[in-house]
Design a protein around this ligand. Structure first.
Ligand code: MRU
Length: 356
């Protein structure tokens, strides 16, 4: 895929024994990497959204766990295993909604146990290998989602997206932006509208930066302008990512996604949710069972402004995600294919051989 070098900027880098995270809070101004040396470092990077986006969080957590495991100095394999499990439980508390965090950590700890390595050194090597595998698989999944997703789009379409489910939210290529990059390579000339995505502005800071850098026609709009551009007939499809999809097809994604889905339904516009199988949580029956992260109110009125944009100490409500009801989702694009309703039956089929 063409990208003007964008795909060289991966959110998680492990080279020469060092784990580096692209600090996404500095974008679009600075492309700066920070070094991760302990479990506290990776916890902080995830909590503060230096690394964010469900798949990238999973990849970062897997490497972060290995980095912490590497600090274990003893020789007892049992104690090593307890050390790794404790670190995994701690990292898992950084953010609650994106299931990739717990999925990746569970894959690392249960896989380590099953591998029955006979020394901590071999256990460490196993963990690094598994983290690399999680990263590679995510990259391949994104490519595949790009190809499946492109079959749903036509040249010249106007596409609306919310938040950032692009290359820096994943190992590489993105989930819902992957078909846009692939289409660009084939001369599809999409016109993309990016919701700014308050309060942390992932659409403005990250999606518009990514697409612009890759040379794609992108127009930034405020979150409350979606109905207006839909009514003008500028939007032919909506594409979004997902942080956790429940077994019935309800999908949690960045706050504001469900409003876009309801609008798309009203205007007869297809609404596509891109969900790698690592983000499908068959143990969560419905969207009502998904824990929604609540964040500091200061993010709404202080964080991005020179002066507070509301009276100091004002009462706030700042949920980070909302749940889009499955009835508004036209199709779910996974790396294994496109899933259509009834989701309760078809998600079960597509996740049958998922690595736990
Ligand atoms: O709070 P964030 O920035 O981690 O939220 C990210 C999203 O909501 C993305 O749409 C989702 O994680 C999918 S990323 C491929």
């Amino acid at each position: 895929m063409k990208s003007n070098g964008l795909f060289d900027i991966t959110p998680v880098r492990y080279t020469d024994g060092q784990l580096m995270i692209l600090d996404q809070t500095m974008l679009p101004g600075e492309e700066k990497y920070i070094k991760i040396e302990t479990k506290e470092d990776i916890w902080e990077a995830i909590y503060k959204l230096r690394v964010r986006g469900a798949p990238a969080i999973g990849v970062a957590a897997a490497y972060g766990l290995y980095i912490e495991a590497r600090r274990y100095e003893g020789t007892s394999i049992e104690r090593f295993y307890d050390y790794v499990c404790e670190a995994a439980s701690y990292i898992n508390t950084a953010r609650p909604t994106a299931v990739n965090l717990s999925w990746a950590l569970r894959r690392m700890t249960s896989g380590l146990e099953a591998a029955r390595t006979d020394s901590p050194e071999k256990g460490k090597a196993w963990l690094l290998n598994e983290a690399e595998k999680i990263r590679r698989e995510d990259e391949q999944a994104c490519r595949a989602m790009g190809e499946y997703g492109l079959t749903l789009l036509k040249p010249g379409m106007g596409i609306l997206t919310h938040c950032n489910a692009g290359t820096i939210a994943t190992a590489r290529y993105g989930t819902c932006l992957a078909p846009i990059y692939l289409g660009q390579e084939k001369g599809y000339d999409f016109r993309v509208f990016a919701d700014e995505t308050r309060p942390l502005l992932q659409g403005a800071r990250l999606t518009s930066w990514e697409l612009d850098k890759a040379g794609i026609d992108v127009t930034l709009i405020c979150d409350n302008m979606a109905a207006s551009v839909m009514k003008k007939g500028w939007i032919d499809a909506v594409v979004v990512g997902c942080d956790r999809m429940a077994a019935n097809g309800d999908g949690a994604n960045k706050i504001g996604t469900s409003a876009v889905a309801i609008l798309a339904h009203e205007f007869g516009i297809p609404f596509y949710m891109y969900v790698p199988t690592s983000t499908i949580d068959m143990e969560t029956p419905t969207g009502d069972d998904i824990e929604i992260e609540l964040r500091e109110g200061e993010e709404i009125y202080k964080m991005w402004y020179e002066k507070p944009m509301a009276p100091e100490g004002i009462k706030t409500y700042n949920p980070s995600f909302d749940v889009t009801d499955h009835k508004y989702i036209t199709a779910v694009i996974t790396e294994k294919g496109i899933v259509r309703p009834p989701y309760d039956i078809n998600l079960k089929k597509i996740t049958e051989n998922k690595v736990k």
